[in-house]
Design a protein around this ligand. Structure first.
Ligand SMILES: Nc1ncnc2c1ncn2[C@@H]1O[C@H](COP(=O)(O)OP(=O)(O)OP(=O)(O)O)[C@@H](O)[C@H]1O
Ligand code: SF4
Ligand SMILES: [Mg+2]
Length: 362
């Protein structure tokens, strides 16, 4: 087992109203005689009413983290605490009850809906399972919820999922999740399987419903541009670890981790006058069967030094609400922020090929 001790230091915001905490979450899978280190000591707190984005490239452990949060995937170690309750310690019955409060929306809405059931029965499922209300009350609630997600209950109620488009199926999935009366929605790539033309509609719908139902959200995606637009804070994940956590604007303006910088470089910049000198990502994600020693990003990091192979950088505060796991965090953030750039930076050249170490509180 690898050392998970150092990447787990995001302090839960003490004065904040925290809904859910992941505490040193580890998820490992056996693969023959080997171990897949999918999630390796991830900690974060989700504050009431916020949208926390979780971003990273394919295979970095986002879905596994999301599944561990709802305990669909039992963590190998670590805790998930929801409203003060350690989910791993609950009886099966109690866990089933608590799980209704944490609902997940998946990438592929069509396969997550039972093709044999009618839409009104699918959406009513949480009410029927928990025997909430009379038949008439349930029918009225289903009607109201379908309307809330933009589906006409009269036209759609008796039809089955395959008669709908991906976007409509995602609306139905969202309606079903909300029928359970959740506090927290975990959205795992909810728009990446949809046509670009409907992605914005679903994102806007989620934002409206969040407001209407007073939800808290964890929004998982591989696209930092999408995550940034919908999130209050963003946690960046690389090969099973969190590497940077910051307010959405701070992250965009002043990314401190070279991996975040590389993700930002992959976002097309429509205005050439604001082009940045962010270093693009190269190479492949290493195998989670055998993650690199020290900093897991070191094999692709343009700033790696000897220390990076020897010691794992802990996640530490570099500014209020901004944490980074890097021995040599970048300073100045986006060079697109010309006010902060030196003349050399403004010319598009980094002042030094070496990263600039920053004083950090341990
Ligand atoms: N049940 C499993 N058994 C073995 N390995 C698994 C299992 N589930 C996930 N993995 C591995 O764990 C790692 C993380 O997978 P995960 O699906 O969490 O990544 P992800 O960030 O959600 O990727 P994507 O963006 O492609 O959805 C991957 O290497 C994946 O192959
Ligand atoms: S500078 Fe070192 S610690 Fe920081 S991301 Fe690069 S390899 Fe990792
Ligand atoms: Mg995934």
């Amino acid at each position: 087992m690898s050392d998970h001790s150092t990447n787990s230091e995001i302090a839960a915001p003490s004065a904040e109203d925290v809904v859910l905490t992941a505490d040193n979450l580890v998820v490992e899978f056996r693969s023959g005689h080997r171990t897949v280190h999918a999630v390796s000591g991830v900690s974060f707190a989700v504050r009431r009413g916020e949208t926390l984005g979780l971003v990273g490239e394919s295979g970095c452990g986002k879905s596994t983290t999301g599944r561990a949060l709802v305990q669909v995937q039992a963590p190998t170690s670590g805790r998930v605490v929801y409203q003060g309750q350690d989910l791993g310690q609950l009886s099966r019955r109690k866990l089933r009850q608590v799980r209704t409060k944490i609902q997940m929306i998946f990438q592929d809405p069509i396969s997550s809906l039972n093709p044999r059931r009618r839409v009104r029965d699918i959406v009513a499922e949480p009410l029927t399972i928990w025997r909430r209300g009379t038949k008439k009350e349930r029918a009225a609630q289903v009607r109201e919820m379908l309307e809330a997600v933009g589906i006409d209950p009269d036209a759609a109620g008796d039809r089955r999922p395959q008669e709908f488009s991906g976007g409509q199926c995602q609306r139905i999935s969202i309606a079903r999740a909300l029928m359970a009366d959740p506090d927290l929605l975990i959205c795992d790539e909810p728009v990446s399987a949809l046509d670009v033309s409907v992605q914005a509609q679903i994102l806007n719908l989620l934002a409206d419903l969040k407001e209407k139902f007073g939800l808290t959200m964890v929004f998982i995606a591989h696209d930092l541009a999408v995550v940034k637009n919908v999130s209050d804070r963003v946690a960046v994940m690389y090969l099973g670890k969190l590497v940077e956590v910051a307010g959405s604007d701070d992250l965009y303006r002043a990314a401190a981790h070279p991996y975040t910088e590389a993700l930002l470089a992959s976002i097309p910049e429509p205005d050439p006058d604001h082009a940045t000198d962010h270093k693009a990502l190269s190479g492949e994600l290493p195998s989670p069967l055998n993650p690199p020693s020290g900093c897991r990003f070191r094999t692709r990091c343009p700033y790696a030094q000897a220390l990076c192979a020897e010691q794992e950088p802990p996640l530490r505060d570099i500014a209020p609400g901004h944490q980074v796991a890097c021995h040599f965090p970048l300073v100045g953030g986006s060079v697109g922020d010309s006010a902060a750039a030196t003349p050399l930076e403004a010319s598009g050249v980094r002042p030094s090929p070496d990263p600039v170490p920053v004083e950090i509180d341990v």
